[in-house]
Design a protein around this ligand. Structure first.
Ligand code: ADP
Length: 476
C-alpha cells in the first residue's frame, strides 16, 4: 500500500503528465459524460475544458460513428481495453480529424468500472503524409523516367522499375552499388562536378549526357538532379531523374543532316546563277539598257538575301553538330562595317543606314562570322521597323574592347520577349509582326557566334520606340 505522502506525490506527477501531454487525455463516466479534459484536448478539438466537462462526449463524435461509442462502452464495462483504435473525430469548427485512441476502464476501489479514460492522438498529418507518400510511390513505380537516389558518395539507395528497363540492371543488382557503373569512361569526371554543384544548393536540370547500360550500350539521357535534404536542410543524398532521349537525339540528327544537305544543295545552283548574273551585268554595261541593268541589280539583291539565309542554315546545322570552327584573323573593323553597310543599303533600300564611328579598331575575330552577326542585326532592324526609318550602327572604342551597336526606330520588343529572343526558333507572336517572315534563327546564331568569341549579345528596347542590339569585341 502506498503511504499518503507517496500517493500525493504520485497524483502530482500524473497531473503534470496529463497537463503537459501532446495527446488529448479525457475521461468520462459510463453515461458518456466528460469528467476531465486536458489542455491537449482543448488544442486538438477546439473546446475549452469548461465547455466539455459535464457534457456528452458525443459532441466530438461524427454522426456516422455514434454507435462506436456504445460499442466502446460495452467492451470497457466488461473489463476490456482498446489500444490504438483508429477512427475519426470532429473539432469544434467541424473539421474531421484522424485519431488513434487508447481507451482504458477507470475502476473504483472494489474493481468496479465507473468510467473510461481515453488518450487520443491526432494522426491527421501522419495520415496525410502517408497518403502523399503512397501517391509518390505510385508515381515512382509507374513513370517512364528512371528515378534513382544515391548517397553523396554515389552509392545507389533506390532504383525504380523504369531504371531497370532503361539500364537493364535490377534493383537488387544496383542498390548498394556505385552510380559510376552507369557512367561511360570518358564522362566519369561529370559526377564530382554535379555533386559540387548540388552541394552549393543548385539543382541541375535537363542536363543532356550519355550513360551506359548493362549490355554496354550507350544511351542519350536528359538528367534532372536535385539534392535530398533532411529537416535541418542538410543535404543527405541526391535524387536523379533520367529520361531516355536516344530516339529524340536520332531524330534531331536526321533533321540536322537534312538541313545541312538542303542548304548545301541550294548553295551550288545559287552560286552558278550569281555567276551568270555577273556576266549579264558586265554585258549590260557595254550596251546600256536601263531596264536590264535595274532588273539584274534586283536579281543580285535577292541572291544576296538568299545566300545569307543559306549561310544561317549551314551555320545552324554546324552548331548542332557541336562545332562551328572559327577562323580568327586580324582585320579593320571600319572596313568590314563599310562593306556591310554598302551591302545593307542595297539589301534594304527603303532604310537610311548611318555609321557612327569614333575611330577604327583592329579586331581579332572571325571576319565572316562577325559579318554574319552584323547582317542579321541589320536585317532585323530593317524588318522590324517602318520603311525609311533610320538604322544607326555605332562604334565606341574602349580600352582593349570595342562596342558595336545597331539601333532602330522600330516596333521594339516587350521585356518578357527580350529574354527569349536568343533561343533557337523563337519568334515574337504579336499581331503587328505576324506578317513579317522569318525562321527565328538569326538572333540565336548571333548569340552563339558571339559566345564563341567570348562575347555576348545584349538588347535594350522599348515597345513602340525602337531597339538597340550591342556587343563588345576584343582588340587585336
Ligand atoms: P526572325 O527570323 O524571326 O527575324 P530572329 O532570331 O532574327 O528571327 O529574331 C527573333 C525575333 O526577335 C523576331 O521574330 C522578332 O520578333 C524579334 N526581333 C528581332 N530583332 C528585332 C528588332 N530589331 N525589333 C523588334 N523585334 C525584333
Amino acid at each position: 500500500m502506498m503511504s499518503n505522502q507517496n500517493l500525493n506525490q504520485h497524483s502530482a506527477i500524473l497531473a503534470a503528465i496529463v497537463e503537459s501531454s501532446d495527446d488529448a487525455i479525457v475521461s468520462k463516466d459510463l453515461n458518456g459524460i466528460v469528467t476531465s479534459w486536458n489542455p491537449a484536448a482543448e488544442r486538438i478539438f477546439g473546446y475549452a475544458a469548461t465547455e466539455m466537462i459535464g457534457q456528452p462526449i458525443l459532441k466530438i463524435i461524427p454522426t456516422d460513428r455514434k454507435e462506436e461509442e456504445t460499442e466502446i462502452l460495452r467492451i470497457l464495462s466488461s473489463g476490456g481495453r482498446l489500444d490504438h483504435f483508429e477512427t475519426k473525430r470532429m473539432t469544434k469548427d467541424n473539421r474531421l480529424l484522424d485519431i488513434s485512441l487508447t481507451i482504458s476502464p477507470i475502476k473504483d476501489a472494489d474493481g468496479k468500472v465507473i468510467g473510461v479514460s481515453k488518450i487520443a492522438r491526432d494522426i491527421t498529418e501522419l495520415r496525410q503524409k502517408e497518403e502523399k507518400e503512397a501517391v509518390l510511390a505510385a508515381i515512382i513505380e509507374s513513370t517512364d523516367d528512371a528515378i534513382i537516389s544515391k548517397t553523396l558518395t554515389g552509392i545507389i539507395t533506390s532504383w525504380n522499375p523504369s531504371a531497370q528497363r532503361m539500364f537493364g540492371y535490377s534493383s537488387a543488382e544496383m542498390i548498394g552499388q556505385s552510380i559510376l557503373n552507369l557512367i561511360p569512361d570518358d564522362r566519369k569526371e561529370e559526377e564530382p562536378l554535379i555533386i559540387s554543384k548540388l552541394k552549393q544548393g543548385d539543382r541541375v536540370e535537363h542536363f543532356e549526357t550519355k550513360r551506359v547500360t548493362k549490355t554496354g550500350a550507350i544511351i542519350d539521357v536528359s538528367l534532372t538532379i536535385s539534392p535530398i535534404k533532411n529537416k535541418a536542410g542538410e543535404i543527405t543524398g541526391i535524387s536523379k531523374i533520367a529520361r531516355d532521349i536516344t530516339e529524340k537525339k536520332q531524330e534531331d540528327q536526321r533533321k540536322n543532316d537534312f538541313m545541312a544537305i538542303v542548304s548545301h544543295e541550294l548553295k551550288t545552283p545559287l552560286t552558278s546563277i550569281k555567276t551568270y548574273i555577273q556576266l549579264l551585268q558586265a554585258r549590260a554595261k557595254k550596251n546600256p539598257d536601263d531596264f536590264t541593268i535595274s532588273a539584274l541589280d534586283k536579281a543580285d539583291v535577292q541572291i544576296k538575301k538568299m545566300t545569307n539565309m543559306i549561310h544561317d542554315f549551314l551555320n545552324l546545322s554546324r552548331l548542332e553538330e557541336g562545332g562551328m570552327p572559327l577562323n580568327k584573323t586580324k582585320f579593320s573593323l571600319s572596313e568590314l562595317l563599310e562593306e556591310l553597310i554598302f551591302d545593307a543599303r542595297m539589301l534594304f533600300p527603303g532604310h537610311e543606314i548611318a555609321l557612327q564611328l569614333d575611330r577604327d579598331s583592329s579586331i581579332f575575330a572571325d571576319r565572316d562570322k562577325i559579318g554574319q552577326v552584323m547582317l542579321n542585326l541589320l536585317g532585323n532592324a530593317a524588318k522590324y521597323s517602318g520603311a525609311e526609318s533610320l538604322i544607326k550602327v555605332s562604334v565606341e572604342t574602349g580600352a582593349g574592347k570595342t562596342k558595336i551597336s545597331v539601333s532602330d526606330q522600330g516596333m521594339g520588343i516587350m521585356p518578357a520577349d527580350q529574354q527569349k529572343l536568343f533561343e533557337r526558333f523563337y519568334r515574337v507572336h504579336a499581331l503587328h509582326s505576324s506578317n513579317i517572315s522569318g525562321f527565328g534563327i538569326g538572333l540565336y546564331l548571333v548569340s552563339e557566334i558571339l559566345k564563341l568569341h567570348n562575347s555576348e549579345i545584349k538588347v535594350q528596347s522599348e515597345p513602340g520606340v525602337g531597339s538597340t542590339f550591342y556587343f563588345w569585341l576584343d582588340h587585336a
